[in-house]
Design a protein around this ligand. Structure first.
Ligand code: 5GP
Length: 184
């Protein structure tokens, strides 16, 4: 059975880049494709980055118990599908999830051998600076993201590993070492 690796971290911590680089490094890892009600960004693909649905559909899926866990993040709903995870756990040595810390804590409760890794930033000021540069989305609200980041830092106390992302290559080395030591 594949072991679950959860990567969490505030918006601006670089976790999407880290996740895609990890998937290139470890072909034995499958990516957990979440379902979301958020609008698709230009560079995203249906079924690769997310399954994009509307709120009515998402709520129907909650009613049908299709999610292992789901959360509201920045006003949109995000959830991990049972069928996606169970299939990938049978096929691959590991599953990589990019989900928020509340979701990560729920996953650990359900799959106690999962590994929770939190990507941190050196300071709130650094986070604000990175978010200002990345202001690409509609309704992008830096203040709200910073508030949420503070809550996420608090929850990261429950994580197995906290890695500060200052330099992408160094971070990638640290995270890949954690994966090697804990998965194979
Ligand atoms: P974004 O909209 O930037 O892709 O993601 C926003 C946040 O939602 C990120 O913190 C991401 O990790 C989280 N997220 C994505 N998918 C899921 C999921 O299935 N469950 C939970 N709990 N969080 C998710």
């Amino acid at each position: 059975m594949g072991r679950i690796i959860v990567i969490s971290g505030p918006s601006g911590s670089g976790k999407t880049t880290i996740c895609w680089r990890l998937l290139e490094m470890f072909p034995e890892l499958a990516y957990s494709v979440s379902t979301t009600t958020r609008k698709k960004r230009n560079n995203e693909k249906e079924g690769i980055d997310y399954y994009f649905v509307d709120k009515v559909e998402f709520k129907g899926m909650i009613g049908n118990n299709e999610f292992i866990e789901w959360e509201e993040v920045h006003g949109d709903l995000y959830g991990t599908l049972y069928r996606d995870i169970e299939k990938k756990r049978n096929e691959k040595a590991g599953i990589l999830m990019d989900i928020d810390p509340k979701g990560g804590i729920n996953i650990k409760r359900l799959y106690p051998d999962s590994v929770l890794i939190f990507l941190s930033v050196p300071s709130i000021e650094t986070l604000i600076e990175r978010l200002s540069k990345r202001r690409t989305e509609d309704g992008f609200d830096i203040g709200k993201r910073v508030e949420r980041a503070k809550e996420e830092f608090e929850l990261s106390k429950n994580y197995d590993f906290i890695v500060e992302n200052n330099d992408i290559d160094i971070t990638l080395k640290k995270v890949s070492n954690i994966i090697k030591e804990n998965m194979f």
